[in-house]
Ligand binder design. Structure first.
Ligand SMILES: [Zn+2]
Length: 190
Protein backbone atom coordinates (compact mmCIF):
# COMPACT_ATOMS: atom_id res chain seq x y z
CA UNK A 1 0.00 0.00 0.00
CA UNK A 2 1.29 3.43 -0.77
CA UNK A 3 1.73 6.10 1.85
CA UNK A 4 -1.53 7.99 2.33
CA UNK A 5 0.30 10.83 4.03
CA UNK A 6 1.72 11.91 0.67
CA UNK A 7 -1.64 12.37 -1.04
CA UNK A 8 -2.66 15.77 -2.22
CA UNK A 9 -6.35 16.46 -2.52
CA UNK A 10 -6.89 20.12 -3.26
CA UNK A 11 -8.48 22.12 -0.47
CA UNK A 12 -8.45 19.23 1.93
CA UNK A 13 -4.97 18.21 0.96
CA UNK A 14 -2.57 16.76 3.42
CA UNK A 15 1.07 17.60 3.21
CA UNK A 16 3.16 14.92 4.84
CA UNK A 17 0.18 13.98 6.97
CA UNK A 18 -0.60 17.48 8.20
CA UNK A 19 -3.46 19.72 7.02
CA UNK A 20 -2.23 22.69 5.05
CA UNK A 21 -3.84 25.17 7.45
CA UNK A 22 -1.76 23.88 10.33
CA UNK A 23 -0.53 26.44 12.78
CA UNK A 24 2.93 26.99 14.14
CA UNK A 25 4.90 25.55 11.26
CA UNK A 26 5.97 27.37 8.12
CA UNK A 27 5.61 25.93 4.62
CA UNK A 28 9.39 25.77 4.36
CA UNK A 29 9.56 23.59 7.45
CA UNK A 30 6.95 21.31 5.90
CA UNK A 31 9.04 21.13 2.74
CA UNK A 32 12.03 20.20 4.82
CA UNK A 33 10.10 17.27 6.28
CA UNK A 34 8.87 16.11 2.88
CA UNK A 35 12.37 16.26 1.47
CA UNK A 36 13.63 14.16 4.33
CA UNK A 37 10.79 11.67 3.90
CA UNK A 38 11.48 11.37 0.17
CA UNK A 39 15.20 11.07 0.49
CA UNK A 40 15.43 14.13 -1.75
CA UNK A 41 14.94 12.13 -4.98
CA UNK A 42 12.13 14.19 -6.47
CA UNK A 43 13.53 17.50 -5.29
CA UNK A 44 16.22 19.74 -6.59
CA UNK A 45 19.04 20.69 -4.24
CA UNK A 46 17.27 23.95 -3.36
CA UNK A 47 14.01 22.23 -2.45
CA UNK A 48 11.95 22.57 -5.63
CA UNK A 49 9.54 19.86 -6.68
CA UNK A 50 10.53 18.44 -10.07
CA UNK A 51 7.57 16.16 -10.84
CA UNK A 52 4.33 14.72 -9.57
CA UNK A 53 2.28 11.64 -10.47
CA UNK A 54 -1.36 10.87 -11.19
CA UNK A 55 -3.08 7.48 -11.42
CA UNK A 56 -5.52 6.64 -14.23
CA UNK A 57 -7.36 3.37 -13.46
CA UNK A 58 -8.13 0.99 -16.32
CA UNK A 59 -11.81 0.25 -17.07
CA UNK A 60 -13.14 -2.15 -14.44
CA UNK A 61 -10.30 -1.39 -12.03
CA UNK A 62 -10.70 -2.47 -8.44
CA UNK A 63 -11.84 0.00 -5.73
CA UNK A 64 -8.30 0.33 -4.37
CA UNK A 65 -7.06 1.55 -7.74
CA UNK A 66 -10.10 3.75 -8.39
CA UNK A 67 -9.50 5.44 -5.03
CA UNK A 68 -6.16 6.66 -6.35
CA UNK A 69 -7.74 8.59 -9.21
CA UNK A 70 -7.90 12.38 -9.17
CA UNK A 71 -5.09 12.83 -6.63
CA UNK A 72 -1.63 14.22 -7.06
CA UNK A 73 1.28 12.29 -5.63
CA UNK A 74 4.59 13.87 -4.69
CA UNK A 75 6.38 10.60 -5.30
CA UNK A 76 5.62 7.72 -7.65
CA UNK A 77 2.76 5.78 -6.01
CA UNK A 78 3.10 2.06 -5.47
CA UNK A 79 0.49 -0.14 -7.12
CA UNK A 80 -2.11 -1.48 -4.63
CA UNK A 81 -1.87 -5.05 -5.90
CA UNK A 82 0.08 -7.31 -8.30
CA UNK A 83 -0.87 -7.24 -12.01
CA UNK A 84 -2.33 -3.76 -11.76
CA UNK A 85 -2.66 -2.44 -15.33
CA UNK A 86 -3.63 1.13 -14.45
CA UNK A 87 -1.67 3.95 -15.96
CA UNK A 88 0.64 5.91 -13.68
CA UNK A 89 1.57 9.17 -15.33
CA UNK A 90 4.55 11.30 -14.42
CA UNK A 91 4.16 15.08 -14.86
CA UNK A 92 7.37 17.07 -15.00
CA UNK A 93 7.13 20.49 -13.44
CA UNK A 94 7.98 23.41 -15.70
CA UNK A 95 11.45 24.78 -15.07
CA UNK A 96 11.06 28.51 -14.59
CA UNK A 97 13.84 30.99 -15.26
CA UNK A 98 12.35 34.38 -16.14
CA UNK A 99 14.35 37.59 -16.33
CA UNK A 100 13.30 41.19 -16.71
CA UNK A 101 14.11 44.67 -15.54
CA UNK A 102 12.71 47.91 -14.20
CA UNK A 103 14.18 51.08 -15.64
CA UNK A 104 13.71 54.06 -13.38
CA UNK A 105 11.38 55.27 -10.69
CA UNK A 106 7.72 54.28 -11.12
CA UNK A 107 8.39 51.46 -13.56
CA UNK A 108 6.28 48.30 -13.22
CA UNK A 109 6.48 44.81 -14.64
CA UNK A 110 4.42 41.65 -14.31
CA UNK A 111 4.99 37.94 -15.05
CA UNK A 112 2.44 35.13 -15.20
CA UNK A 113 3.66 31.56 -15.31
CA UNK A 114 3.14 27.99 -14.07
CA UNK A 115 5.55 26.51 -11.56
CA UNK A 116 5.89 24.33 -8.52
CA UNK A 117 5.07 25.36 -4.94
CA UNK A 118 8.22 27.38 -4.46
CA UNK A 119 9.83 30.19 -6.40
CA UNK A 120 12.81 32.43 -5.72
CA UNK A 121 12.83 36.05 -6.83
CA UNK A 122 16.13 37.91 -6.98
CA UNK A 123 16.53 41.62 -7.69
CA UNK A 124 19.90 43.10 -8.67
CA UNK A 125 20.63 46.81 -8.79
CA UNK A 126 22.71 47.53 -11.89
CA UNK A 127 23.09 51.20 -11.06
CA UNK A 128 23.62 54.03 -10.99
CA UNK A 129 21.92 54.78 -7.66
CA UNK A 130 20.66 52.83 -4.63
CA UNK A 131 17.08 51.80 -5.37
CA UNK A 132 14.45 49.27 -4.35
CA UNK A 133 11.29 47.48 -5.41
CA UNK A 134 8.16 46.01 -3.98
CA UNK A 135 7.38 42.45 -5.05
CA UNK A 136 3.73 41.50 -5.13
CA UNK A 137 2.75 37.84 -5.56
CA UNK A 138 -0.79 36.88 -6.58
CA UNK A 139 -2.05 40.35 -5.62
CA UNK A 140 -1.52 39.52 -1.96
CA UNK A 141 -0.87 43.04 -0.69
CA UNK A 142 -0.86 41.84 2.90
CA UNK A 143 2.42 40.01 2.22
CA UNK A 144 4.04 42.36 -0.27
CA UNK A 145 7.85 42.22 -0.03
CA UNK A 146 10.02 45.30 0.00
CA UNK A 147 13.70 45.11 -0.78
CA UNK A 148 14.42 48.52 0.71
CA UNK A 149 17.29 50.41 -0.88
CA UNK A 150 19.65 48.02 -2.65
CA UNK A 151 23.20 49.21 -3.18
CA UNK A 152 24.74 49.24 -6.64
CA UNK A 153 25.60 45.70 -7.81
CA UNK A 154 23.99 44.32 -4.68
CA UNK A 155 21.07 41.94 -4.80
CA UNK A 156 18.12 40.86 -2.70
CA UNK A 157 16.36 37.45 -2.76
CA UNK A 158 12.97 36.30 -1.54
CA UNK A 159 11.39 32.85 -1.49
CA UNK A 160 7.67 32.39 -2.00
CA UNK A 161 5.75 29.22 -1.23
CA UNK A 162 2.16 28.16 -1.70
CA UNK A 163 0.18 24.94 -1.92
CA UNK A 164 -2.55 23.65 -4.19
CA UNK A 165 -3.13 21.44 -7.21
CA UNK A 166 -0.11 21.26 -9.52
CA UNK A 167 1.06 22.99 -11.51
CA UNK A 168 0.45 26.23 -9.65
CA UNK A 169 -0.16 29.48 -11.49
CA UNK A 170 1.82 32.44 -10.22
CA UNK A 171 1.59 36.14 -10.84
CA UNK A 172 4.58 38.22 -9.78
CA UNK A 173 4.57 42.01 -10.04
CA UNK A 174 7.45 44.41 -9.54
CA UNK A 175 7.04 48.04 -8.54
CA UNK A 176 10.04 50.31 -8.57
CA UNK A 177 9.35 52.29 -5.42
CA UNK A 178 12.37 53.89 -3.82
CA UNK A 179 15.63 55.53 -4.75
CA UNK A 180 16.75 57.54 -7.72
CA UNK A 181 16.44 56.36 -11.31
CA UNK A 182 18.41 53.15 -11.54
CA UNK A 183 18.28 49.91 -13.51
CA UNK A 184 16.95 46.99 -11.48
CA UNK A 185 17.10 43.51 -13.02
CA UNK A 186 15.13 40.62 -11.66
CA UNK A 187 15.17 36.86 -12.02
CA UNK A 188 12.42 34.39 -11.10
CA UNK A 189 13.48 30.78 -10.60
CA UNK A 190 11.23 27.86 -9.81
ZN1 LIG B 1 -4.79 -0.84 -10.88
Amino acid sequence: MHDDSMRRTGDDQLVYGMPKHMSGISPNEVFGKIMTANGGGNWSADGRLRAYWTVHPEPGACPACRAMEGLQYLEEPRRPHPNCKCEIRRHDMPVVDIRGSLDGFGDHDMQNFAASQKITVTVINQGLFPAGVRILVDRDWEHVKETGLIGIWRYFSFEFTKFGDLPLYWQVEFFYDCGDNSLLSYRIEG
